[in-house]
Each structure stands twice: as structure tokens, then as C-alpha cells.
Write a protein that binds this ligand. Structure first.
Ligand code: F6P
Length: 649
């Protein structure tokens, strides 16, 4: 590993310090400008060439007005359903449970508790058609460049295809007498000249060999110690999916290995973690799709320094550092050699990348067999998404309910409550997935959209959440639809409460079975209470305070058990929900231009925080950055004053 090499970062150059004084009032535009490049023009052309259903032909967003007509019909119906009673729908619609409950890849979804009548669902299904959702879905599986603004395919689904996963899985059968219909999920797939199935297979083979070597102790640190701790250094999509999966499947973890995640550039994050670690037995995985993320770069360098200071010799660093990236050249420049770089293609979006080499910490923790099961679960959901008709298609239905709720409850957020502590990081993962994917204000063609996109998404595991924010769900003035994600616990469900001894104590063992029953009962009770509410008792002076209006929407997603396969299916369900919403809203769910501005500005502001940085340096400079606003300048001045005081005292 070369001593001076570092992750190349986009934002750490210090040669761009602005020179002149700020003149905020005189600034012509108070917004920062982004560069328009010929690359933008090229991707626009590619985008027009890759609209599904009409490859090679530029298309307007709504050539025949079909989408607008379907959208208007949905909007009208939704507005008319704002006061609809959910429980009343079970009387008027005898088929309701059949229509709104669906089984997919081992998951069972109950979407019946929403202010969505069957006629509304029909209107939504017409929108699916008008928005071309099936064509977009097929284009995704076929590897078309559906990420228009970046001119790329979105092929996370290829990462879990069995033909990619294993060399010994046969390709699609060809019947001599009939014309074979290629199976889009498994057919040969190329991006440019690259054979995607082979690329996926090769990386997985290398990951497996590496993971097994670490797990069985053959891979050792520079001083000969087996690895005990794995530190994943990465942020966003290079952090949240692996952290979620490692937490969810911790019970399958290797007894010697502990997995940690370092994402925040806050020095305290690493200092606290480092205290738990021994350099001689620590393995760092630097995970960055772009290999240009500043936080990851700085944290990777901090880990490197710590290893060296902790006695790992320079020429032994390669035993303690591996890289996962789509930018192999960048990882090489950091000093990694090809045998410790696990690549993935830029045709995988960061927040959809758990299934790629980004999943290496998961494989290290649970082993390659269980990781295969995770991929297989996701693939089963892909299969369902590709094949099931929209009216029985779980991800499409989940997306439709979400879209509908946004119209029936304008400004609502979406809550996610896993009834499983192991799924504690599901809300954080989903936040990035949904809000980074669909937090967009223009459609694929750059036209402003006239409706709300990605609602804020948040949550916590039950039952803890019941004792914090559920009060607002039951009695607050705002409506927040909620997804209950409920794995049926492994532990038996024990005796019914009525059979337990006085005081409710369990009969045997430490009480796990009965706590599992309590957990499940609470999940069911909350959905019930939210829908049914509670009438005040006649004459109760506290009646208005006790009353719960009910009629509050929720979905329940039941998992047979929390296993690698069911987790894979669950995450793929939400991925497909997210991109389906993007297609319904006609936005690009695979880019994230909005996060760039803050990164650029942080790099410009950083020099101004240096002790010798002049406070008036925050102005229009040679690099073309506009002056900082008065509140930012005031904040800088205040920070500088605090630091000056500290220096004096
Ligand atoms: O800041 C947004 C983002 O680009 C995410 O989309 C991504 O998951 C994260 O940063 C990390 O990026 P990388 O894996 O390239 O370091």
C-alpha cells in the first residue's frame, strides 16, 4: 500500500479560497449556479433514445395525454375519499380482503386499511397503464438506460439473478420446436461490451473466497492474528444497506467476527469506535461507489493512520484494507492492489447496491451460503414484480397505496415501524431509498411536476415507538400512514395470558416466547386501534381527551420469519415500490443531483473555518462561487469567535 496515496476527493482542494469582499445585496442571483456541460447534452440525447416502449425515438412525457387523463381521474377520486371511513369499506366491499391482500415471495401484504375503495384502486391501475409502468419495469430488467440524466441502466436486479450468482445454473431452456420467449430476468445481458452475468459471477466468486478465508481464519492480519473486527468505512448507500442487513441477521453472525460501521466524518465517531478495536485484528472495508466521497476518504485515512500507529507495518496494510467500488482506478490510487478491490458496475445505483460487493460485510458476517439466500429472496421478489399482473403485484400495489395516501392526506409523511428490534435500521435505509430516489421536483424531461413527490419517511421499531410518537398517530391533527413490518418470531408463542400464573409471568424459560407473543399482539393491536379508534364513554368528563378518532391508514407486511431470504424479499419489495412510484410520477428515481450543491459548498466553506481564514473571505471568488448568505456569514463569525475565546482561555 503506497504511503502517501489517498482517496481522491472532489471537495478538498484548498486553492479556491474566494478573494473579494461579499456583496450580498448586489449579487444578481442569490442561487448558486451549476455548470452545464456537453455531457449533460449527451445524456439528454441518450435519455430520449431510451424511453421504454419506443427505443430509438424521442418521446414527449405524455404523447397522447393518457397519463394526464388517468392522473386527473385518480386525483378527483382521491379528493372525494378524504372523509371515507376505512372500516365501512369492509361492509360495502365484500371482496376487499381478497383485492387488497397479496402474497409475494413469502411475504404477506395487507393493504386493506386505507381510505382507498376498490373504485379508487381501479383508477390507480389505469394510471399504472398510462404511465407505462410495465414497459419501464421490462426496460429495467433488460438493461436499458432508464436512469436518463446519467445515461445509465439500473441493474441491481442483475446482481441477484441466479445465472449471475452461480456458474452451475443453466440458462433459459430453448425448446427446438417453439420460439423461445427470452426470460428477461435471466437472459444474457450486456452493458456496452460487458457481459453483466459474468461480471456479477466473477465478483461474487471472489467475495466468497475472501469471506470464507476471513471466516475460517486463513486470512490473517499482518502480525498473524485472525481478524476479529470488520469496519465498513462508507456512507449513504455504501453504509445503510449493509448495516441494516448485518443487524437484521446478527443471529447468524460468525462467533469471532464483530462488524462496525463508520460513516460520519465526525471525528468522535471514529474515536469512539477505535477504542473497541485492536489494529492487529481489524479489517477495514472502504466502500465507495464513486471513490470520491469526502467523508469516506477522510475516515479511510484516519483508519490507515491508526493501523500504522498501532504497529501494522506499511507493507502489511494490505492484510487490513480492502476496497469496494465502481471506481477501480481511484481505489488503486489509494494504494489498494487489484486482489483486494471488489468492483461493481456504475449500472448499480448507490442506494440499490446492497446486493453488489457493497454487501461484503454482510457476507463476512453471515457466510456466503446465507448471503446467497438473501440474494435468492430478493430475486424471488424480482420474479414476482416481473410476472404478476399489476392488480396482484405487491410492489406496484404498495406504490399505488402510497401515491393515493399522498393525495388523500396532502402533506402526510410515511411511517415505518418494524416489529423486530433486529430491523432497527430499516427506517434509515428506507429513508435514503425513498427520499433520495424520489425527492424530485421535475419530471424526466425537466418539466416541473404539479404534485408532491417523495413524502418524508421515518420510523422506529415497535414497541418502543408506541411509547414515543404513536400518540400523534392516534390523536394528532395530521395523518401519517404507517407500514407495520412484522416478522413472526422464531420463538414459540407460549401460553395465552389467561393461562399464565398470576402477574402474567411466563411458565417456563426466561419468558422469550411470551414476550414474542406480546410483540405480535401489539403490532396487530396498533393497526386495529388506528383504524377503529375509540368512542368516548357517555358522560366521561375526559371523553374528548380519551377519544381516538380512528380511520387512520396502515399497511401490514408479514414475514414468516426474519431470515436472509425474507429480508431479501422485503428490501426488494421496497426497492420496486420506490421505482414504481418514480415511474408513476414520471421522475428519475436513480439520480441525486440535489445532494451535490451542499457537498460543493462545504468544500468552499471549510477553508474559512481555518484559524487564519479571513471572515470576509466568503465572497465571490476566482472559482465562481457566489457570496455566502448573511446568516452563514454570521454563523461563521460566531464560530470563529468561540474558537478564538477557546484559544485565549
Ligand atoms: O451523497 C449522496 C451519495 O452519492 C449517495 O447516493 C451515495 O449512496 C452516497 O453518496 C455515497 O456515495 P459513494 O458510495 O460513492 O461513496
Amino acid at each position: 500500500m503506497r504511503p502517501t496515496a489517498g482517496l481522491r476527493t472532489a471537495g478538498t482542494q484548498r486553492d479556491c479560497r474566494p478573494r473579494s469582499c461579499p456583496n450580498w445585496r448586489a449579487a444578481r442571483s442569490r442561487r448558486y449556479t451549476s455548470p452545464a456541460t456537453s455531457e449533460s447534452e449527451r445524456t439528454l440525447k441518450r435519455r430520449q433514445e431510451t424511453e421504454p416502449g419506443n427505443p430509438g425515438q424521442p418521446r414527449s412525457p405524455d404523447p397522447d395525454g393518457a397519463w394526464q387523463a388517468a392522473w386527473t381521474a385518480v386525483e378527483r377520486q382521491a379528493a372525494a375519499c378524504r372523509a371515507l371511513r376505512i372500516d365501512g369499506l369492509f361492509d360495502s366491499e365484500p371482496e376487499r380482503l381478497d383485492r387488497f391482500c397479496v402474497e409475494a415471495a413469502g411475504l404477506w401484504l395487507d393493504l386493506s386499511r386505507n381510505r382507498l375503495p376498490e373504485s379508487g384502486l381501479d383508477a390507480l391501475l389505469a394510471l399504472v397503464d398510462a404511465a407505462g409502468v410495465p414497459a419501464w419495469r421490462d426496460a429495467m430488467f433488460a438493461g436499458h438506460a432508464i436512469n436518463g440524466t446519467e445515461g445509465r441502466p439500473a441493474l441491481h436486479v442483475a446482481l441477484r439473478c441466479p445465472h449471475g450468482r452461480h456458474r452451475d445454473v443453466a440458462g433459459p431452456a430453448v425448446d427446438a420446436g417453439t420460439q423461445p420467449r427470452p426470460d428477461p430476468l435471466t437472459a444474457p445481458l450486456k452493458v456496452g461490451d460487458e457481459d453483466i452475468r459474468a461480471v456479477v459471477r466473477n465478483t461474487l466468486d471472489r467475495m466468497r473466497a475472501f469471506a470464507e478465508a476471513v471466516r475460517d481464519g486463513a486470512w490473517r492480519g499482518a502480525t498473524g492474528r485472525p481478524i476479529t473486527d470488520i469496519v465498513n468505512v462508507g456512507i449513504g448507500g455504501s453504509h445503510l444497506g449493509p448495516e441494516l442487513a448485518c443487524g437484521a441477521l446478527a443471529s447468524l453472525g460468525h462467533p469471532r467476527l464483530r462488524t462496525h460501521f463508520l460513516s460520519n466524518v465526525d471525528p468522535d465517531a471514529w474515536q469512539r469506535l477505535a477504542r473497541e478495536l485492536d489494529p492487529a485484528s481489524t479489517l477495514a472495508i472502504v466502500a465507495s461507489k464513486s471513490w470520491r466521497t469526502q467523508e469516506t476518504a477522510m475516515n479511510a485515512l484516519a483508519v490507515r493512520e491508526w493501523l500504522l500507529a498501532g504497529g501494522v507495518p506499511e507493507d502489511g496494510l494490505h492484510r487490513h484494507f480492502v476496497g469496494v467500488t465502481a471506481n477501480v482506478a481511484g481505489a488503486r490510487a489509494f494504494g489498494l492492489s487489484d486482489d483486494t478491490i471488489f468492483p461493481f458496475g456504475d449500472w448499480v445505483g448507490g442506494r440499490y447496491s446492497l446486493w453488489s460487493a457493497i454487501g461484503l460485510p454482510v457476507m463476512l458476517q453471515i457466510g456466503s451460503g446465507a448471503f446467497d439466500a438473501l440474494l435468492a429472496g430478493a430475486h424471488a421478489m424480482d420474479r414476482h414484480f416481473a410476472d404478476a399482473p399489476p392488480a396482484r403485484n405487491a410492489p406496484i400495489l404498495l406504490a399505488l397505496v402510497s401515491l393515493w395516501n399522498g393525495l388523500v392526506h396532502p402533506g402526510c409523511t410515511e411511517v415505518i415501524a418494524p416489529y423486530s428490534d433486529a430491523l432497527a435500521r430499516l427506517p434509515a435505509w428506507l429513508q435514503q431509498l425513498q427520499m433520495e430516489s424520489n425527492g424530485k421536483r421535475v419530471d424526466r424531461h425537466g418539466n416541473p411536476v404539479a404534485y408532491d413527490t417523495a413524502p418524508a419517511c421515518w420510523g422506529e421499531p415497535g414497541t418502543g415507538a408506541q411509547h414515543s410518537f404513536f400518540q400523534a398517530l392516534h390523536q394528532g391533527t395530521r395523518i401519517h400512514p404507517i407500514d407495520f413490518v412484522v416478522p413472526v418470531p422464531d420463538a414459540g408463542l407460549g401460553k395465552a395470558a389467561s393461562e399464565r400464573p398470576e402477574g402474567g409471568a411466563p411458565l417456563a424459560d426466561s419468558g422469550a416466547p411470551s414476550r414474542a407473543a406480546t410483540l405480535l399482539a401489539n403490532a396487530i393491536a396498533q393497526a386495529e386501534a388506528l383504524m377503529r379508534g375509540r368512542e368516548p364513554a357517555p358522560g366521561d368528563p375526559l371523553g374528548p381527551h380519551r377519544e381516538c378518532p380512528g380511520n387512520r391508514p396502515s399497511n401490514t407486511i408479514l414475514l414468516d420469519a426474519l431470515t436472509p431470504a425474507s429480508l431479501g424479499a422485503l428490501l426488494a419489495l421496497y426497492e420496486h415500490k420506490t421505482v414504481t412510484l418514480g415511474w408513476l410520477w414520471r421522475i428519475d428515481s436513480f439520480d441525486q443531483w440535489g445532494v451535490e450543491l451542499g457537498k460543493t459548498l462545504a468544500a468552499r466553506i471549510e477553508p474559512l473555518l481555518a484559524d487564519d481564514g479571513a471572515p470576509d473571505a466568503a465572497s465571490e471568488g476566482a472559482s465562481g462561487v457566489a457570496a455566502l448568505s448573511p446568516p452563514s456569514l454570521a454563523l461563521l463569525a460566531r464560530i470563529r469567535a468561540i474558537r478564538a475565546r477557546r484559544r485565549q482561555g
